[in-house]
Design a protein around this ligand. Structure first.
Ligand code: FBP
Length: 264
């Protein structure tokens, strides 16, 4: 872990990463209810909101769309990723090098690690190469820290999420992105296990405005530094409204109720 408070992907010690790598990870099915969002420009447009500190995309989307938005958004290039047609033990192909991410303008890089998978050893070794190369460019490294594999029955168990944040700290991430472990207490333990490293909550599938904002409130109260979210923002008809509310919850520590009321 290195200090990243001065990095472009952090604002007042907090971070809101807008993720849009779902076309690879899940397929176009995630865009069925919002077909216009299949055009990546629409999500880049959303990422220009002040609450968003970076947009996380794969290389191809970064190459094609970031040049038109480089003055308005910070780029987090996700270096690995796999389709959900892959039926083996959790694993993720490296689709982009750190050198190339830096060349196309990345402000940070992201990497998924599936601890507990039969491919854990290779993934840790890949992460080592990515992390050490990122240090040469001063690029913060965000780990999608997702314990997953045939031996793991419940990937959001409190002890599993605390293990996920601790692994990220120990092997050199600057931010760990983890699933919400179900309660503020469990999230607090996961943040404590991470030491001074930042922890952000993963968004998950779309829920109601109130349910989502109150889960974010609970994570932030527990010590999380923010959010890495996709579907709960861009699958909404009005992403600006939810981002206004999330901005209040994350940066101003407003309650979910107050934040949503202010956006009505
Ligand atoms: P969401 O907020 O939509 O869950 O996006 C966060 C994210 O990590 C994406 O970067 C990724 O595509 C997706 O979730 C992976 O979800 P999962 O592996 O749980 O299906």
């Amino acid at each position: 872990m290195i200090p990243i408070d001065d990095s472009p992907i952090v604002r007042d010690g907090k971070s809101l990463i807008l993720a849009m790598d779902h076309g690879l990870e899940h397929g176009p099915v995630d865009f069925e209810a919002v077909p216009e969002k299949l055009d990546p420009s629409t999500v880049f447009e959303t990422a220009t909101h002040d609450a968003v500190t970076s947009i996380a995309v794969q290389k191809g989307i970064a190459e094609g769309y970031y040049p038109s938005y480089e003055d308005d958004v910070n780029l987090l290039v996700k270096l690995n990723g796999t389709s959900n047609m892959w039926m083996g033990e959790p694993d993720s192909a490296i689709n982009c090098s750190v050198d190339y991410a830096a060349e196309i303008g990345a402000d940070a890089v992201g990497f998924t690690v599936y601890s507990g998978s039969n491919h854990e050893v290779e993934m840790y070794e890949e992460f080592r190469r990515v992390q050490e190369k990122a240090r040469e460019y001063d690029l913060p490294v965000v780990m999608w820290s997702y314990p997953r594999g045939q031996g793991l029955k419940n990937d959001t168990k409190p002890s599993t999420i605390s293990y996920a944040t601790r692994i990220a700290l120990e092997i050199g991430a600057d931010i760990a992105k983890v699933k919400y472990p179900g309660s503020s207490e469990a999230m607090e333990h996961a943040c404590t296990a991470a030491g001074d490293m930042k922890v952000v909550m993963s968004g998950g599938s779309k829920t109601s405005d109130y349910d989502f904002c109150s889960t974010v409130e609970s994570a932030v109260t527990a010590g999380a530094s923010g959010l890495a979210v996709g579907r709960n923002v861009w699958q909404r008809e009005n992403p600006t409204r939810i981002l206004d509310a999330l901005e209040a919850v994350i940066y101003e520590e407003a309650t979910a109720d107050a934040a949503l009321e202010a956006t009505e």
